[in-house]
Design a protein around this ligand. Structure first.
Ligand SMILES: [Zn+2]
Length: 89
């Protein structure tokens, strides 16, 4: 199961929008789901994941956004514990 809320937190409040995109990182051999985002926060998530990659906190690779409906949870790798929580201060 995927979260039913966008992964972004604004000023300590969870974004209440339903996720529109699944965010994943694609490398040579695999694809890792790292979070979900609503349409409004897509750019923020993209920027934040770029930073986390530079810091070596998550997988390196290409950041990919897929429309949520198109993703079969059975064929994508990912663990809820790996999902990023994006805090906007
Ligand atoms: Zn959002």
């Amino acid at each position: 199961m995927l979260p039913d809320r966008c992964s972004v937190k604004e000023s300590g409040k969870q974004c209440v929008n339903p996720p529109v995109f699944v965010v994943s990182i694609v490398d040579d051999k695999d694809e890792y789901m790292v979070g979900v985002t609503c349409g409004r926060h897509k750019q923020i998530v993209l920027g934040k994941i770029g930073i986390l990659q530079k810091e070596g906190k998550i997988h390196s690779g290409k950041i990919n956004f897929s429309i949520l409906k198109a993703v079969g949870t059975a064929c994508a790798h990912g663990d809820m514990d790996d999902f990023v929580q994006i805090d906007m201060k």
